[in-house]
Design a protein around this ligand. Structure first.
Ligand code: AMP
Length: 195
């Protein structure tokens, strides 16, 4: 059965690093909404402008855009052995979409929650840099006031999804405080323990 791994965690938890590593390790496609949306926000189309606007404010991007991003990921990648998702689903409507496709395709869903303390979020994001157009820059939405809104959206929209997966026995918790390799080791052990 195709297995899909959904990564969750607050901003700065390192979930993208871990999710990407896991997709390479398993040799399955990687669905990263943040990077795809950042690319889309650079396009000079009505959709690109709307996405840029939501991201700049630290708000979640509209359901229609997310539905089409996810559908095109599923259509354009070989997901027959599963995939790793990072940043999706982030709210109940996205979870419903995912669950209906999981039923249709026979995917087994597994959530991985990377847990870090609030102080670590602040500490890590105060000096996080990303590469944009070949240059190291600070993410506009990592500025403190926008970050506050992103964390509020995370608590309001995403935490209920995490709790729901937990109640279904479909979530493993990983301590995200140690270094990348230690955390990755824990991720591997956790997913192997589930088989
Ligand atoms: P991230 O890089 O995962 O922190 O995502 C950056 C921004 O992209 C978020 O603050 C949202 O504006 C948007 N975003 C990422 N994933 C989603 C999603 N699943 N649904 C709606 N908006 C999203």
């Amino acid at each position: 059965m195709a297995k899909i791994y959904l990564f969750f965690g607050p901003q700065g938890s390192g979930k993208s690093t871990q999710a990407e590593k896991l997709s390479v390790y398993l040799g399955v496609p990687y669905f990263n909404t943040g990077d795809q949306l950042r690319a889309l926000s650079q396009s000079n189309t009505p959709q690109g402008v709307a996405v840029a606007e939501s991201m700049k404010k630290g708000e979640l991007v509209d359901d229609g855009t997310m539905r089409s991003l996810f559908s095109s990921f599923v259509e354009n990648n070989d997901v027959s052995r599963g995939f790793v998702a990072d940043g999706f689903p982030r709210k109940s409507s996205q979870l419903e979409l995912l669950e209906s496709l999981a039923q249709e395709y026979g995917w087994e869903v597994s959530g991985i929650f990377i847990d870090i303390k609030d102080e670590t979020v602040e500490e890590r994001l105060s000096h996080r840099l990303i590469i944009m157009n070949g240059e190291q820059v600070r993410r506009e939405d990592d500025q403190p006031d926008i970050l506050k809104k992103r964390l509020a959206a995370y608590r309001h929209d995403t935490v209920p999804i995490i709790n729901w997966l937990k109640s279904q026995g479909e979530l493993v918790m990983i301590d995200g405080e140690p270094g990348i390799d230690v955390v990755f080791n824990e991720v591997i052990q956790a997913i192997n323990g589930q088989h």
